[in-house]
Design a protein around this ligand. Structure first.
Ligand code: FAD
Length: 328
């Protein structure tokens, strides 16, 4: 949305996804029966010995009245593209970056958005005419790593970004131009950039796999309560956050269980609950936090201060996965 990449560069199409022994069917799943491991799509019915559900999340824009008509979201491709058109013309006024509920994908992403917006407005020479307020339901920017949170809070303070933790955005009143928070506070705004409320896909909600909107799984095996059915990634309710690195960690654990089952061994590798997160601090600087959700009673995080060197590492992290998974 800041115009640093082309739309083509950030798309991950499946057309080059060719793996030995894997048949890719580009169909829409319309029904899942977890008890019989039967999946219905728009073109057929499939029965499985093992079923791994990995349908991500849906965005529930209507859960935040006013968001569609009077605000913007930057978590979908279309939303980011729309803001890409708006941001270069925004030169004066109040920006509110808000989160409509937890859990939400990639908890550091809205912090990054605030810092990168500051950069963009500064480069255009209009930062002094603008206010940036960032509202999020979490108590700190990156709760598992107090050190990372402290660094982000310092970066916000340095850039005069107002941070309001512990609050979620419940609605937008486009006529009065105010954002309304969960405690009734009203924040005047000229531009709203939001993270919409997340929910599991409708097909997941309808099939009986979910409880309170998400699929409960064992933290270490990602197994659901249905035999032979696993759930990984954003749709699964493990103790890891919704992020690609943790989807990868869960997928590795499930893969090891399936290999062990086929080989008849007990050589499974439980989910480690670990992942690396690169954080854009603006000014071309990238920080890093290595988090472990299952190491002890509380999650831990090891923080590396922002540097230009970490940008190269982040790039390699992304491109290696792009290549391995999508052949791009
Ligand atoms: C702005 C932003 C920044 C982020 N930054 C990071 C980051 O830096 N690091 C990180 O680790 N994570 C990041 N994430 C989070 C990361 O993108 C997700 O956590 C990750 O993609 C989850 O993987 P998934 O496979 O569970 O879901 P997805 O990647 O969403 O994949 C789900 C797939 O299921 C398909 N699908 C859904 N319903 C159906 C259906 N009915 N039939 C057939 N197919 C269906 C979808 O089309 C999609 O291809 C970010 C997310 C956002 C929005």
């Amino acid at each position: 949305m800041f115009g640093k990449e082309t739309p083509e560069a950030v798309r991950l199409p499946y057309r080059k996804f060719t793996k030995p022994g894997v048949r890719v069917l580009r169909q829409t799943v319309t029904k899942i029966d977890p008890a019989t491991r039967k999946v219905t799509t728009d073109t057929g019915v499939f029965e499985a010995d093992i079923l791994v559900v990995a349908l991500g999340v849906d965005y529930d824009l209507d859960a935040t009245p006013g968001l569609r008509e009077s605000g913007n979201e930057f978590y979908s491709f279309a939303g980011a593209e729309k803001l890409r058109g708006i941001l270069p013309t925004f030169s004066k006024g109040r920006v509110v970056i808000g989160v409509a509920g937890a859990p939400f994908k990639c908890p550091p992403a809205p912090s990054e958005a605030a810092l990168m917006l500051h950069d963009m407005l500064s480069t255009r020479g209009v930062r002094e005419n603008c206010e940036i307020t960032f509202v999020m339901p979490l108590p700190s920017p990156v709760p598992p790593s107090p050190e990372t949170s402290r660094a982000l809070l310092a970066a916000f303070a340095e850039r005069k970004i107002t941070f309001m933790p512990g609050h979620k955005v419940v609605s937008l009143d486009g006529k009065r131009k105010v954002v309304i928070l969960d405690d009734g506070q009203e924040l005047p705004y000229d531009l709203y950039m939001g993270v919409p409320k997340h929910r599991a896909a409708k097909v997941v909600e309808e099939c009986g796999l979910s409880e309170d909107g998400w699929i409960p799984v064992d933290d270490f095996t990602l197994a659901t309560r249905f035999p032979g059915v696993y759930a990984i990634g954003d749709c699964a309710d493990s103790n890891m956050p919704r992020a690609g690195v943790f989807a990868e960690a869960g997928a590795k654990a499930v893969a090891s269980a399936l290999i062990a089952q086929i080989r008849g061994t007990s050589d499974t590798k439980p989910c480690t609950g670990t992942g690396i997160c690169y954080i854009e601090f603006g000014k071309d600087q990238v920080g890093r936090v290595e988090v472990n959700f299952y190491a002890g009673p509380k999650p831990t995080g090891v923080y590396s201060a922002p540097s230009v060197e970490l940008r190269a590492e982040k790039k390699l992290f992304g491109s290696s996965r792009r290549k391995r998974w999508f052949g791009l």
